[in-house]
Design a binder for this molecule. Structure first.
Ligand code: ADP
Length: 308
């Protein structure tokens, strides 16, 4: 059975339904990817690596991971911390605004739970995925241990996968981000950047600019997402441009890139060629953006994917 680990943070999502009602869900970029991978490729072991607390919300979250059939052997319980929270409100023009409470979340401590047994488990995987958000969430004093673990996993033959997913507010400075991202690109076997994410950091404007920027790192598989425009891949030296069919009725673009990542990686772990992996990933992303929230209801998602 193929196995992939997703390291990062899952948060409590509170969505305003009306003036007094909030809808509760769980979401976070790497969690979203793990869920969509598992839904499309049930035979792959999709494992979430994170820290929760011992509170009621943490217990519900863990239950949700199990319901989504994710591996939970590396979901740790911090004795004092609790999960992060975010609140989404959509105004009358459809513009979304987000408010976060995550500075002191349990997930920030995940690397504290690393020990030789945990590293052995991670080293038994085929892939290890982390994002720019995962990197920002890891506390600065735990970064050395994190990068050391990445070296160990690489040496064990685990493919390292990185999505830059840049969120300015999670970083002290652009310099700090660039320094961490350089390490990530140096380690990555596969990277899945979006053009928008890298614009601010490297002044890139197009998929071609992103490709040129990343060409310095010797990454074997580069998958560049550009919304409804196109996807550019450079894998094993072969360059391909894939067309995307734009969705006419976009409801909520939250987690489009996450769904794309999860399904793309599931397809690649299933030995599908890059073009088929992109098609399946783009289909999943198109389904997700026609529904509200990060995680589309399972029945709706599965039915839409079965129609492909
Ligand atoms: P992110 O969500 O990481 O910013 P993108 O906006 O590039 O990433 O979207 C990720 C993927 O979602 C795209 O590669 C594409 O497959 C799909 N997608 C995004 N927007 C649209 C759209 N308007 N129509 C169809 N597909 C879309």
């Amino acid at each position: 059975m193929k196995k992939i680990f997703f390291l990062g943070e899952c948060m409590l999502e509170l969505r305003a339904i009306d003036g007094t009602t909030l809808n509760q869900a769980f979401a976070g970029d790497v969690y979203n990817s793990a869920v969509y991978l598992k839904r499309c490729f049930n035979s792959i072991n999709s494992v979430i690596v994170t820290a929760l607390g011992t509170d009621a919300i943490s217990q519900k979250m863990r239950h949700c991971f199990v319901e989504e059939q994710l591996g939970t052997q590396l979901v740790f319980a911090h004795a004092e911390k609790v999960p992060g929270v975010y609140y989404i409100e959509t105004d009358e023009h459809g513009e979304r605004s987000f408010t976060y409470w995550r500075n002191d979340s349990a997930a920030r401590k995940v690397i504290d739970f690393y020990n030789p047994t945990v590293i052995d488990e991670l080293a038994s995987g085929d892939m290890f995925f982390f994002s720019g958000i995962s990197l920002a969430v890891i506390e600065p004093n735990a970064r050395a241990a994190f990068w050391q673990s990445i070296d160990t996993l690489k040496a064990a033959g685990v493919k390292i996968v990185f999505d830059p997913n840049y969120r300015a507010r999670l970083w002290q400075s652009i310099e700090e981000t660039k320094q961490q991202y350089a390490l990530a690109f140096q380690s990555a076997d596969i990277t899945l950047p979006g053009v928008e994410d890298l614009q601010v950091l490297y002044a890139v404007e197009s998929v071609e600019d992103v490709l040129a920027h990343l060409s310095n790192y010797g990454i074997n598989e580069i998958v560049i997402k550009n919304g409804p425009e196109s996807v550019l891949t450079l894998a094993d030296g072969q360059l391909d441009r894939h067309t995307i069919t734009p969705v006419e009725n976009v409801v909520d673009t939250t987690s489009a890139g996450d769904a794309f990542n999860g399904v793309y990686l599931g397809a690649r772990l299933s030995a599908l060629p890059v073009s088929e992996a992109v098609n399946k990933a783009a289909k999943a992303a198109a389904v997700v953006i026609q529904q509200p929230g990060a995680i589309t209801a399972k029945t709706i998602f599965n039915r839409a994917m079965a129609d492909t």
